[in-house]
Design a protein around this ligand. Structure first.
Ligand SMILES: CC(C)c1onc(-c2c(Cl)cccc2Cl)c1COc1ccc(-c2ccc3c(C(=O)O)c[nH]c3c2)cc1
Length: 229
């Protein structure tokens, strides 16, 4: 079953995932009653900015991450931020996060100036994540695996990242057997979501470009992590 090291790794990652969340006073802004495209874009920008701050704190708790080369740490964060946020917003949209957030978040994403061609694959992804009914530990591990993807642009020491990712992949495989015993393919289905995340990440770059065209402003943190402006 689980080794002592795996039990410790699971606890550290799950605790960090639970600890680092967007603060209530930020997410409750989703419930305010202005629904203009402009207002929705501003709110989603605030959510994304807060989510990136939360993501950075979570990542620092991943065992071994802070021992990686400093520039590689930055490359991993920049390369995975969008994918990690798709996973987090999927959780918010599917897990019926605090009452009412789900509908308003969906509404605001639909009406924030994102063109229809991106809305479709985005909500297909949200649906496919919802259908998996991941337990919290699986969501935390899948997010960690996404962050520890060795072949992000500009990563120098890929083997060092591979070693960390392999430990988490092994742990996730066992967690899937434990929580979904009737579905032997469940682990493979989870990893398939990672492929879909890469595609969404490419769409996202185009989304940013189209928002910029309509001279939408992003926050300094988002500009830095997404190399815009
Ligand atoms: C700059 C803006 C316009 C942007 O650009 N691309 C995306 C974007 C989009 Cl539109 C979709 C997916 C990924 C990205 Cl980066 C975004 C918005 O990103 C978001 C939006 C929403 C959350 C989000 C909300 C609520 C909760 C929640 C709760 O309710 O308790 C718990 N966790 C949550 C997280 C995260 C990130």
């Amino acid at each position: 079953e689980f080794t002592t090291e795996q039990q410790a790794l699971m606890r550290v990652i799950t605790d960090a995932y639970n600890k680092h969340q967007i603060p209530q006073d930020v997410t409750k802004k989703l419930l305010q009653d202005q629904y203009s495209t402009e207002e929705n874009f501003l709110l989603l920008t605030e959510m994304a900015t807060s989510q990136v701050q939360v993501l950075v704190e979570f990542t620092k708790n991943i065992p071994g991450f802070l021992s990686l080369d400093r520039e590689d740490q930055i490359a991993l964060l920049k390369g995975s931020a969008v994918e990690a946020m798709f996973l987090r917003s999927a959780q918010a949209l599917n897990k019926k996060m605090p009452i009412g957030h789900t509908e308003v978040l969906e509404e605001r994403i639909h009406k924030s100036g994102i063109s229809e061609e991106f809305i479709k694959p985005m909500f297909n992804f949200y649906k496919s994540i919802g259908e998996l009914h991941m337990v919290l530990e699986e969501q935390a591990l899948l997010t960690t695996i996404t962050i520890l993807t060795p072949d992000r642009p500009y990563v120098k020491d890929q083997p060092a990242v591979e070693r960390l990712q392999e430990n988490v992949l092994d742990l996730l495989r066992k967690m899937c057997v434990l929580h979904h015993p009737q579905e032997p393919q469940y682990f493979a289905r989870l990893l398939g979501r990672l492929t879909e995340l890469r595609t969404l990440s490419h769409y996202h770059a185009e989304m940013l470009a189209s928002w910029k065209v309509n001279n939408h402003k992003f926050t300094p943190l988002l500009c830095e992590i997404w190399d815009v402006q």
